[in-house]
Design a protein around this ligand. Structure first.
Ligand SMILES: Nc1ncnc2c1ncn2[C@@H]1O[C@H](COP(=O)(O)OP(=O)(O)OP(=O)(O)O)[C@@H](O)[C@H]1O
Length: 315
């Protein structure tokens, strides 16, 4: 069953088209990521899906319901991560949990939820004294209190340090493993790679690619690169028919060879590294170092737009 269905969603603010004809579906039990640079339209789209805003045109359904007109029912069946300002700074974590639990008929035991999220020891701490990562976890706990069927997480790990970000990824996987569908936005490609089952890449309000992460990388990321350091410069001896560059270029899986003194950079697909190493061994060319880089979602964005995501990051 599709948990979220967006069809040709457009959201304009005056002359600005923030979301420009977006269609996608989120399936039950998956972690679905909307990724893209700052200003791509992720939050605007998510606001429409959450019923906080209405699209200018197009249609959205969440759990088969309308996000705005069925808002009351959806409030009980979906979880939305609160913004920091939503809680008074002096309230303790336990007080916030009790307050929000009282809003639901059958809330999950909040102490267990805090333990799952790794903040069991913070019950007596006031919200203002929590670290950024701890506060994020409290907001997630509040969004999960009523055991929603789907939870929406917007820029979950922005402003978290790398360690807290890694911990948060585990939290999100745990949420999914407990049966909740997760829809999240991020501008960290690495986050989407590690966390999301499927990813929609948004740029200038449009989805420019949507698939499972390995398929996006396979189809759009380009080739892997190996940088080898040889004991001596790559041999070139055309009299004896030995030109390493030509030999390597003739391998099917190799797409590019760049010798540079003792260094040799080779790009290729599939098992190209194995083929290259076999060729070097056969030619008795010795290597002292080998570094490989696998392409990722960053490269997918670069190849699809001609721009790097990172240069557009502001946080
Ligand atoms: N209420 C508004 N009025 C006018 N323009 C808006 C409004 N909300 C968003 N926009 C514009 O719409 C575009 C998309 O913004 P949005 O916040 O959805 O992007 P985003 O992908 O979530 O970015 P970020 O990663 O920085 O949060 C931006 O150009 C933004 O300035």
């Amino acid at each position: 069953m599709s948990v979220v269905v967006c069809e040709e969603v457009v959201r304009r603010f005056g002359a600005v088209t923030a979301v420009d004809g977006v269609s996608f579906q989120v399936e039950q039990g998956e972690i679905f990521g909307l990724i893209g640079p700052n200003g791509a339209g992720k939050t605007t789209l998510l606001n429409c899906v959450e019923g906080l805003d209405r699209p200018t045109s197009g249609s959205i359904s969440v759990l088969g319901r309308h996000p705005v007109t069925d808002r009351h029912e959806l409030t009980l069946r979906t979880g939305v991560q609160l913004q920091t300002a939503a809680l008074p700074p002096r309230i303790t974590v336990a007080e916030a949990m009790r307050l929000y639990s009282s809003l639901y008929k059958a809330p999950v035991p909040w102490k267990e939820l805090l333990a799952t999220l790794g903040i069991a020891g913070k019950q007596k701490t006031t919200v203002e004294r929590l670290s950024g990562g701890e506060r994020q976890r409290v907001f997630i706990a509040l969004a999960l209190l009523h055991k929603p069927e789907v939870v929406f997480l917007d820029e979950l790990t922005t402003a978290l340090d790398p360690q807290a970000r890694l911990a948060m990824w585990e939290v999100v996987k745990e949420i999914r493993d407990r049966g909740t569908t997760v829809v999240l936005t991020t501008h960290y490609m690495e986050e989407a790679e590690h966390l999301c089952d499927r990813v929609g890449i948004i740029d200038h309000g449009s989805i420019i690619a949507l698939d499972i992460v390995p398929a996006l990388i396979r189809d759009h990321a380009g080739d892997a690169t190996a940088r080898l350091t040889l004991t001596q410069p790559a041999p070139v001896n055309l009299d004896r028919g030995l030109d390493l560059e030509l030999e390597l270029e003739s391998i099917d899986t190799v797409t590019k060879v760049q010798p540079d003194g003792k260094y040799l950079t080779v790009q290729g697909t599939g098992g190209f590294l194995q083929d290259v190493l076999a060729e070097l061994t056969a030619r008795d060319v010795r290597i002292v170092d080998l570094r490989t880089t696998s392409p990722g979602l960053e490269d997918v964005f670069l190849n699809l737009t001609g721009r790097a995501m990172r240069t557009e990051e502001q946080s």
